[in-house]
Design a protein around this ligand. Structure first.
Ligand SMILES: [Zn+2]
Length: 239
């Protein structure tokens, strides 16, 4: 029993080490860094074409304005054309003036349409730059999506393993006397690393220092239930 309780404490330590590793893996998995890197890359690409995006919107607004102008010209011309032929205007001078106005509107419309064409060409060139940037952002998003799925799988596996380790730990610590477990917990909370170690050939397996012959001799005289600590590192020694 006495020896077994120390064996159980060693196993508890192994399980606690694994639990700490799981916790670390959960919050520090390299995939997190990869995802963050891709997000930064996407943000840089988006920021890099911000001017083009704004210019594109400006051109869109300008094109809309010109579209409206063309529609207005068309409406005005239709109005004039209707009046020209519906017999409501009879004076030759008035009719000629209206014909002239219709012609002028037609010329103005051609100018507006030329301007619109130029804007469309500029918009197209800008759109090429924006599309290229967007395809890079989309590629990043796709990679992020894949990594998130992978991460989800890894985290789910860690959850399962953590459950198993905790269940095993509960069984193991049930076999360790309360006082001994309390001493172990206290040591573990005060120092990192190994707090329970085997004594092999007079050497502590935590710090690998050899105990003096006198100490080894003294330990040998103690009962198996006695708790012995390494002089060097303070680890509880399992013998
Ligand atoms: Zn030691």
């Amino acid at each position: 029993m006495a020896v077994e309780q120390f064996e159980n404490l060693l196993r508890t330590q192994e399980l606690d080490t694994r639990l700490a590793q799981i916790e670390h893996a959960r919050s520090n998995h390299p995939i997190f860094a990869k995802i963050a890197e891709l997000r930064t890359h996407s943000a840089e690409i988006a920021a890099g074409v911000q001017d083009e995006r704004e210019e594109r919107h400006k051109l869109d607004r300008e094109q809309k304005r010109l579209d409206d102008e063309v529609a207005m010209i068309d409406a005005k011309r239709a109005d004039i054309e209707a009046k020209l032929y519906d017999g409501s205007v009879t004076g030759t001078k008035d009719l000629l003036a209206m014909q002239e106005e219709s012609k002028n509107l037609g010329a103005h419309k051609a100018t507006v349409e030329d301007a619109e064409l130029e804007i469309m060409e500029q918009a197209e060139a800008l759109q090429g730059v924006l599309d290229k940037a967007q395809s890079e952002i989309d590629a990043d998003d796709a990679k992020i999506g894949e990594l998130e799925v992978e991460l989800g799988g890894i985290l789910a596996e860690l959850d399962v393993e953590e459950g198993q380790v905790k269940a095993e730990r509960a069984g193991v610590v049930a076999e360790v006397p309360e006082e001994l477990l309390a001493a172990y917990d206290k040591l573990r909370s005060s120092q990192n690393g190994i707090v329970v170690a085997r004594l092999v050939g007079g050497a502590c397996q935590a710090c690998h220092m050899s105990l003096s012959a006198v100490t080894v001799d003294q330990i040998g005289k103690l009962g198996p239930e006695a708790v012995v600590h390494c002089d060097e590192c303070g680890a509880m020694l399992v013998r």
